[in-house]
Design a protein around this ligand. Structure first.
Ligand code: CP
Length: 304
């Protein structure tokens, strides 16, 4: 299916072929991530961020500007007419009137799907609720493909808050398009949602659950770490129970394969120690940097 004019709301809407087209385009875009490529001149991207962000918003904005386009929008509802009581739907209608593509982040699950139903222009989900962050998953998969030269055949550990981290949910959905083995490493309480597990297993994804990193580490080609999503816990006492329950350090990576890469969508808090930065395994800052060419690729495909 063509990327042109498409909404990017959930990884479930994309095939392996779609991702391969995206990765090839992103690889080309790496050449232009600094110098620019004037293919979206006169096009406007609206960013509607109702939740905080550093990487997603700024890499989308950089990507659009590097492609010669313009950016309008807001990084918080503060200062917009939402403060006067304007609804989400009306806000999206307005952005649809002004822009050629709308990038939305919202704390409520389903917000991006609703925006896509309202807007004529393509809508890109920059993270909504604790379930979907498709462009982060595309970036994570691109990083693996780029750093390892392939995705098929790899053993991938995913460690941390697998329940509330939307990046994990979208990444599992994306990985279900490939022939990989997954080690889920987390406290019992932070296992992924059953609905996600059922979905990815029905597509043939092989999963094993562990509570300790040491049980899986030696086999892994990729270790993806996420922070505990404090802001998504409904009960603060539940957060207190699991807070600090895992932490990756340089020391804890002893026993890893030499070419293991450690990924993290960032921001990190205390689950990924700075000592890991100095190891050959650290790939998370390169991962964040790939966000610009990957999002240049996505915007150029959707708006071409
Ligand atoms: N990875 C990610 O979504 O980071 P931001 O919250 O800074 O956008």
């Amino acid at each position: 299916m063509s990327w042109r004019g498409r909404d990017v709301v959930s990884m479930r809407d994309f095939s392996r072929g779609d991702l391969e087209v995206l990765f090839e385009r992103a690889r080309e875009m790496e050449r232009y991530a600094r110098s620019g490529l004037d293919v979206l001149r006169g096009r406007v991207m609206a960013v509607a961020f109702f939740e905080p962000s550093t990487r997603t918003r700024l890499s989308f904005e950089t990507a659009m500007k590097r492609l010669g386009g313009e950016v309008v929008g807001f990084s918080s509802a503060e200062g917009t007419s939402v403060e006067k009581g304007e609804t989400f739907s009306d806000t999206i209608r307005m952005l649809d009137a002004y822009a050629d593509v709308i990038v939305v982040r919202h704390r409520l699950e389903g917000a991006a799907r609703l925006a896509a139903e309202i807007a004529q222009s393509p809508v890109v989900n920059a993270g909504d609720g604790s379930f979907n962050h498709p462009t982060q998953a595309m970036l994570d998969l691109y990083t693996i493909w780029r750093e390892k030269g392939r995705i098929d055949g790899l053993k991938i550990g995913i460690m941390g808050d697998l329940k509330y981290a939307r990046t994990v949910n979208s990444l599992l959905e994306g990985l279900s398009l490939f022939d990989v083995e997954i080690a889920l490493i987390s406290p019992e309480f932070l296992r992924p949602r059953q609905e996600t597990l059922d979905y990815v297993q029905s597509r043939g994804l092989r999963l094993r659950a562990y509570t300790r990193l040491e049980e899986a580490l030696g086999e892994l080609d990729v270790l993806y770490v996420v922070r505990i999503q404090k802001e998504r816990f409904l009960d603060p006492l539940e957060f207190e129970r699991v807070k600090g329950s895992y932490k990756l350090t340089a020391e804890s990576l002893r026993g890893a394969k030499d070419d293991l890469i450690v990924l993290h969508p960032l921001p990190r808090v205390d689950e990924l120690d700075a000592s890991v930065d100095r190891t050959r395994h650290a790939a998370y800052f390169r991962q964040a940097a790939y966000g610009v060419p990957l999002r240049m690729a996505l915007l150029s495909l959707v708006l071409s």
